[in-house]
Design a protein around this ligand. Structure first.
Ligand SMILES: CC(C)(COP(=O)(O)OP(=O)(O)OC[C@H]1O[C@@H](n2cnc3c(N)ncnc32)[C@H](O)[C@@H]1OP(=O)(O)O)[C@@H](O)C(=O)NCCC(=O)NCCS
Length: 142
């Protein structure tokens, strides 16, 4: 079997954070020419979904969206990156912290544009909640 290079090895490694990166296109804008909040919310929900699925390896559904703050606009043609991280678990629920960052294409300058907290529940074949692996400590806690 041929050996794999370092990039491929890193691509195959289990990620600790979920990152979703995209470029803001015209159809994602609001009437002011910046990214529409509903589009940003959808991207955050998707990233949180992936993080919750990776943690539980179960079917998961969104049950709660809390404390979504848009602190700066994301512009047309900018790179937008969503970072999702599991921060706590209940018996069947998982809380995911999501951070949205914009990056200017030509300078690489990055700025915080949004944050949010999403709760997912793992469900079994009968559509009822099932237990998830526990997270012991909240990494955001001092
Ligand atoms: C997921 C679902 C099956 C859970 O059913 P339920 O009767 O609420 O189940 P339970 O009361 O046993 O709660 C299950 C867990 O969800 C948590 N939960 C339920 N609603 C919640 C909410 N709004 N926010 C945070 N956690 C919530 C409970 O605290 C519990 O957590 P724990 O097991 O970690 O202690 C049901 O709420 C559902 O189908 N919701 C719709 C999901 C969906 O369609 N999402 C897509 C959005 S369009």
């Amino acid at each position: 079997m041929s050996s794999i290079d370092a990039t491929t090895r890193e691509a195959l490694a289990a990620p600790t954070l979920t990152r979703m990166t995209d470029i803001v296109m015209p159809e994602q804008l609001n009437h002011r020419g910046t990214m529409f909040g509903g589009v940003a919310l959808s991207m955050m929900d998707r990233a949180a979904f992936v993080a919750a699925t990776r943690h539980s390896r179960q079917t998961v559904v969104t049950v709660g969206v809390n404390d979504v703050d848009y602190v700066a606009p994301v512009g047309l043609g900018e790179i937008v990156e969503i970072v999702a991280e599991i921060i706590s678990t209940g018996r069947t629920s998982m809380k995911i912290r999501v951070t949205m960052v914009a990056e200017v294409l030509v300078t690489g300058e990055r700025r915080l544009c949004g944050t949010g907290s999403f709760t997912f529940v793992a469900i079994g074949p009968n559509d009822r909640p099932v237990a998830v692996p526990q997270v012991t400590a909240d990494p955001s806690a001092g």
